[in-house]
Design a protein around this ligand. Structure first.
Ligand SMILES: Cc1cc2nc3c(=O)[nH]c(=O)nc-3n(C[C@H](O)[C@H](O)[C@H](O)COP(=O)(O)OP(=O)(O)OC[C@H]3O[C@@H](n4cnc5c(N)ncnc54)[C@H](O)[C@@H]3O)c2cc1C
Length: 509
């Protein structure tokens, strides 16, 4: 197998040990920096909503539900709230639609800084998950991702939005740069198969077969998967939330979601229970922003890597670790007929790429979106929260990666057309924190957290999880409003719950 790759191999154990370390310095997240690099996904001027929607004029000062963050989690939360409230029962009790406000520190949607893969993990890490959490949880970890990919693609098709978001069912080719990776993947595959997972779409290729089909001399496995324009997907979810909430010709509006971009939430203060105690929604929280304050009853923290700014107990290695990812968009030197429409990943998932559809009349060869390269840095870019910075060493590795893996298909030394960074939210366990906000170490804080929910910490793998985690949080809020008991959907891994004391983050290290 090749030894000339520009990234170190088999570093995942080291990656985990750095992730497990408690940092010596103060690493509480700052607010998102104002002057971030510009991602490819923001180069289309016609995206909706406008990146700066609701950034000027009066700020809404009162809402039933405040969603902090306008990425895929925030927009999915609005979408699921709209669906759950569409029976109109709460709107009837209130005599008006339920009001949600989405507050975004910068322009609409940091998910619009990512790599554009919507791919389930399939059988990967199945054995690890089964050993740590048992068979049922391993199955749920698989099922939630299958659920999201199915639901999101269905939603796009039903609303005729697949072409608008450049949805491509090209699959994902996983290249094995080392024997160890291949053996581990085969063990995961066999364990998952034995338990009865449907792995019928999976195809294994030898080094020679991969070379003949895809131009890379490594053994590989092809799994189902999609690529898309992430910013546009999130825009679709946001607009559907308002469409569903506005009702139909025969029904009244039940829900509205107002977006205020360039409105960072700087702090949250409790409102003492007072005069409106008998209201359907007593106001409990006051959100402070540079543009004014907003009172509300429920909060959804959809801030991912930035979560510890407003939830300080999520600071450090037992919380959500901001982690900078870097991406280049580089031109291939062959067409899609040779390159294929298949996306890929390699080096234990640390590099990931896919070819964009060729759409412009003057475009001969596709632009390929490639992310990764963090492993050339000893600290893997953990606790880096400034996405105005492009790391030179990471950039060098990214520039050299595709020409090394696919000789003849990319021009060595070719400069990318655009390069950017974005902030992910890692957790030690790899599992997001979902559900009511709790502080396990200082329970006296928990009264102030009543009515506050979180869904964050997807560890660089949010596209196939955030939609469903936001659904769970929305269900919890609606159940609380209706004074009903919330029951987890079968596909939801219980270990994701922030209240679950069995999480790795709560174990003594
Ligand atoms: C470079 C990169 C590549 C990636 N590639 C992929 C990929 O290909 N596939 C995949 O599955 N996942 C990928 N991810 C991960 C994926 O993008 C995330 O998991 C996903 O965006 C999480 O969505 P979110 O809405 O929870 O958080 P985000 O998308 O990060 O959105 C959080 C939002 O909250 C806002 N915010 C934060 N604090 C505040 C505050 N105090 N007040 C107001 N607003 C605030 C932020 O500005 C931001 O818009 C990648 C991430 C990065 C950075």
């Amino acid at each position: 197998m090749s030894t000339t790759l520009p990234v170190p191999l088999l570093v995942y154990a080291q990656h985990q040990s750095v992730l497990d370390l408690e940092p010596a310095r103060d690493v509480r997240a700052t607010l998102p920096v104002a002057n971030s690099t510009k991602s490819f996904w923001f180069t289309d001027p016609d995206v909706t909503p406008l990146p700066t929607e609701g950034s000027e004029g009066p700020l809404t000062d009162d809402a039933d539900i405040c969603i902090i963050g306008s990425g895929i989690t925030g927009a999915s939360a609005a979408y699921h709230l709209a669906r759950s409230l569409s029976d109109g029962k709460i709107a009837n009790a209130l005599g008006r639609p339920v009001k949600a406000v989405i507050l975004e520190a910068r322009e609409f949607c940091a998910t619009g800084r990512n790599g554009g893969h919507l791919v389930s993990h399939t059988f990967f890490d199945f054995l690890k998950c089964q050993t740590e959490h048992g068979k049922e949880e391993a199955l749920r970890s698989y099922n939630i991702e299958e659920y999201v990919v199915k639901e999101v693609t269905k939603l796009l098709e039903e609303n005729s939005k697949g072409d608008d978001v450049d949805l491509v069912a090209g699959g994902r080719l996983i290249l094995f740069f080392s024997k160890e990776e291949l053996l581990e993947a085969k063990s995961d595959f066999l364990a998952a198969k034995e338990i009865g997972l449907d792995l019928s779409g999976i195809q294994w290729f030898t080094k020679e077969e991969t070379q003949a089909k895809y131009g890379a001399s490594y053994p590989s496995v092809l799994t189902p998967g999609f690529s898309l324009w992430p910013l546009k997907l999130v825009g679709v979810l946001f607009s559907l939330a308002n469409k569903i909430g506005s009702g139909s010709s025969s029904s009244s509006p039940t829900f509205s979601a107002t977006l205020h971009t360039r409105t960072p939430v700087t702090s949250i203060l409790p409102i003492p229970q007072s005069s409106d105690i008998n209201a359907v929604f007593p106001r409990r929280h006051n959100l402070n922003t540079p543009r004014g304050n907003i009172s509300c009853s429920y909060i959804v923290h959809a801030t991912n890597g930035y979560a510890s700014h407003l939830l300080p107990h999520l600071t450090g290695s037992n919380g959500i670790i901001p982690t900078r990812g870097q991406i280049i968009a580089t031109r291939a030197k062959v067409g899609l007929d040779i390159l294929t429409r298949t996306g890929g990943t390699g080096n234990e998932g640390l590099e990931y790429w896919f070819p964009r559809p060729v759409k412009q009349p003057d475009e001969k060869y596709p632009l390929v979106i490639l992310g990764g390269g963090r492993e050339v840095k000893p600290q893997f870019q953990f606790y880096e929260i400034d996405d105005s910075i492009i790391d030179k060493e990471v950039g060098k590795a990214l520039r050299a990666f595709l020409p090394a893996v696919f000789p003849g298909r990319f021009e060595p030394g070719n400069e990318p057309e655009i390069e950017w960074t974005g902030i992910m939210g890692f957790t030690r366990s790899g599992d997001p924190f979902v559900g009511p906000v709790v502080d396990h170490n200082n329970s006296s804080n928990n009264t102030a957290y009543e009515g506050q929910y979180v869904s964050a910490g997807y560890t660089g793998h949010g596209m196939p999880r955030a939609y469903a985690c936001a659904e769970v949080v929305s269900q919890m809020i609606v159940a609380d409003i209706k004074k009903e008991k919330w029951e987890p959907p079968e596909w939801f891994p219980r270990v994701y719950l922030m209240t679950n004391a069995n999480r790795k983050e709560y174990a003594k290290v």
